[in-house]
Ligand binder design. Sequence first.
Ligand code: ZN
Length: 263
Amino acid sequence: MDVTAVDTRTGRWARLTGAARTVCGVALGVALPQLCAACREPVDGEGLCGACWSKLSFIAPPYCARLGVPFPFDPGPGILSMEAIADPPPYGRARAAVRFDETARVLVHAFKYGDRLDLAPLLGRWMANAGRELTREADLMVPVPLHWRRQWARRFNQSAMLADAIAKASGVPVSHRALKRLKATAQQVGLARTERAANVQGAFGVRPGARREVKGARLVLVDDVLTSGATTEACTRALLRAGAASVDVLVFARVVAPARLPI
Ligand SMILES: [Zn+2]
């Protein structure tokens, strides 16, 4: 098992950023104030102020057992939404910590593009809570990979950082090498659903060296946001083709269309 051969680049970068903050703070003789990642007001503690925290829509049961989309009322255990029955995804179950709304969007944006890597432990803990059902049965977590050129430009993979944070809370190990992005895809933003699916078709594969750890394993695929599902579905298919026993999906935020119960 190559699980322990964790790619340390993300962790190293997080430490460097932390170190840079400490050095700056020491040089100025003050502790740099922590700002809320959403509204940029100073906060005590972790990256988000109370007002912005209360604006987040945490997803809790009752929800579709398959897609994790919240139901307006409790139809009983194990009930699936119309979407899950009519168009079942290749993955087993999906869970998300929050709805992808304006506050969640600002938070994800700050984390991904705004150097707010300090948010990873907080987001990861929320995800670990939302995905407890999945991680309890999982052998391994697999983050959605970036193409190496994009990772090089951004210096870190946000999904890998979230997976590491979830691993701390759940004890499930992370394989940073299992999935590989085979082609650099256009940004999914602004593409229609069918275009998104075409864009990521054949974009992911399991590394030959990781086939042993994937075969027969119960996996949790980790990403930051679930929108059309095209990326997670392409990753799931690659993992199932390589012999994974099951693939569940755990994201920080998901787009939630009103869920329809089966009639
Ligand atoms: Zn705030």
